[in-house]
Design a protein around this ligand. Structure first.
Ligand SMILES: Cc1ncc(COP(=O)(O)O)c(C=O)c1O
Length: 257
């Protein structure tokens, strides 16, 4: 939130203030939290509110900060179905300035290509790889996994720095995987798809397996097209902490009662 507010030239909210707002809201709605694997989705939001018609060249010096909450169902109802992605190397999800900013415009920009890809190829999401650089989908980060190694793009300004990506990297290190944060190309991805598992990481999806890629009209399987064991292992490890079934050794949980 602070990084995105700064990049949008909005007033930067105090971290303690926002944490307190989230905790207060959760406390008020303890009774509305469904049993895992359902959850209470929380969405802190910041909007500029300065009454200024010439906004193109002047930032909003006033903003409203609020938190939305909604119970959501099990993302994996019916099982963790491996996803099919269109590998798109000619369109970007965002811009150079806003790739790592969480802002509505990025989702609007990704929507058109994603709807078109769903219609044309029957895919679930688009994997945006402008100029051949494998970045992320419209709302999740992208990882490759093997029994020994996790490969994912290193943090830069071109894509969103997801919390789940960071958590999975931490858990992968704990579990003895070699974490290889490196840039990789579409050509490398297509080459590795026969032996590596692929997965999307995000708050809602945790770690969702990718079973198929479509590139230049050709469809190919990622390994055998099924959910891979390393994806399952890391997803379960994260969920066990979230559900309170495994010790929270990294201090990720906040108790609200
Ligand atoms: C563009 C984009 N990338 C990645 C993610 C994953 O981020 P996180 O793990 O923090 O949910 C999201 C989540 O909303 C996203 O919108």
């Amino acid at each position: 939130m602070q990084r995105s507010a700064k990049s949008l030239h909005l007033p930067v909210p105090d971290a303690g203030l926002l944490a307190g707002m989230v905790e207060d809201l959760v406390r008020k709605h303890l009774g509305d939290i469904p049993e895992p694997p359902s959850s209470l989705y929380l969405r802190p939001t910041l909007i500029g509110t300065l009454p200024n018609i010439g906004a193109a060249a002047a930032p909003s010096t006033e903003a409203t900060l609020f938190v939305l909450a909604s119970p959501v169902g099990d993302y994996f109802a019916g099982g963790a179905r491996p996803l099919k992605l269109l590998v798109a190397d000619t369109i970007a999800r965002s811009t150079e300035q806003l790739g790592s900013t969480k802002t509505g415009g990025n989702y609007a920009a990704a929507l058109g290509p994603t709807l078109a890809a769903k219609e044309e190829y029957g895919v679930d999401q688009v994997l945006f790889c402008p100029g051949g650089d494998v970045q992320e989908t419209g709302a999740a980060n992208f990882l490759l996994l093997s029994d020994e190694e996790i490969i994912t793009k290193p943090l830069n300004s071109s894509f969103l720095h997801g919390m789940t990506r960071a958590s999975i990297i931490t858990l992968a290190n704990d579990l003895g995987y070699r974490v290889n944060e490196r840039n990789f190309t579409v050509a490398e991805l297509l080459d590795w798809a026969a032996s590596y598992e692929a997965a999307l990481s995000g708050t809602a999806a945790t770690l969702t397996p990718v079973g198929k890629l479509v590139y230049e009209g050709r469809e190919m399987l990622v390994r055998d097209g099924g959910a891979g064991p390393n994806t399952e292992k890391l997803r379960k490890a994260l969920q066990a902490i979230q559900y309170g079934d495994a010790p929270d050794t990294h201090g990720w949980l906040t108790e609200v009662s």
